[in-house]
Design a protein around this ligand. Structure first.
Ligand code: APR
Length: 234
């Protein structure tokens, strides 16, 4: 791709759908089975920590049952072969980008495989269940661990790094997101403002499709590997 040096890629639940992880909105979506206000807000955690931990324990357990798909692998290949700057900003809390081999990944909504200790403010690797009794492996205090997930009403991680990358981006690509949640849904506008070319790849038109110079509709597992070939071919 002519004059493309710095790339920012935003991914959403749709990139993990073909691996078998539920998206949020749509048939069988995670928000079909749970109310956001019951499992994904700080107030929910104060009100009923066991219910919130159970919701994330189930999602963490699912990680062991799924594998990265062709879209994750294609982005990992781009990450390893791309000579310029590249940042994969993911809204997803799964570890499929990393398991596919991607390195330059930023989880703006946190990660299932991390716990946050409210006693020492440490982020610690976590794979099992996260009931309220466990102790922090850093400070040893028990009963103060929460999922390291950015809930509704909380500030996403890495916004300064994301903003700096967008201001320097030549290409912004959005993959598998409905464009329903800000600030992620607004990144395309920042990229356009900064002069980047913008491309959306999604199963169906998203709420933000009109912001993109180009939209390709179809499954990420088919679209993303073809697009990566295109970009690497120059
Ligand atoms: N390939 C490409 N896109 C797909 C596929 C697929 N195989 N399957 C589904 N999609 C698309 C859907 O059409 C939808 O537009 O992925 C999008 C998923 O949208 P959401 O379920 O809203 O997920 P996402 O956009 O990642 O949600 C953003 O909202 O609930 C919060 O914090 C949560 O990170 C999440 C944020």
């Amino acid at each position: 791709m002519k004059d493309i040096r710095n790339i920012v890629i935003l991914t959403g639940a749709g990139i993990s759908a073909e691996s078998g992880l539920a998206t949020f909105r749509g048939p069988e979506g995670l928000w079909e089975g749970h109310r956001v206000e019951d499992v994904a807000t700080p107030e929910a955690f104060v009100r009923d920590p066991a219910l919130v931990q159970k919701f994330y324990d189930e999602r963490r357990a699912n990680l062991r049952l799924v594998e990265p798909n062709g879209a994750h692998r294609a982005l990992a290949r781009l990450d390893s072969e791309w000579p310029g700057d590249l940042l994969i900003v993911t809204q997803n809390v799964d570890d499929l980008h990393e398991r596919a081999g991607a390195k330059r990944v930023l989880h703006m909504h946190g990660e299932l495989k991390s716990a946050w200790c409210l006693a020492c403010d440490g982020r610690i690797p976590w794979v099992g269940t996260l009931s309220e009794g466990q102790a922090c492996t850093d400070c040893g205090v028990a009963g103060r661990l929460r999922p390291d997930i950015v809930w509704f009403g909380e500030i996403p991680y890495g916004m300064d790094r994301i903003d700096r990358a967008l201001m320097r981006a030549d290409l912004f690509v959005s993959i598998g997101t409905s464009g329903a949640v800000y600030p992620a849904a607004g990144l395309v506008q920042t990229a356009r403002y900064a002069g980047a070319r913008t491309l959306e790849m999604n199963l169906e038109p998203s709420l933000g499709s009109h912001f993109f110079h180009e939209s390709r509709t179809g499954p990420a597992g088919a679209l993303v590997p073809d697009w990566v070939e295109e970009v690497l071919a120059g």
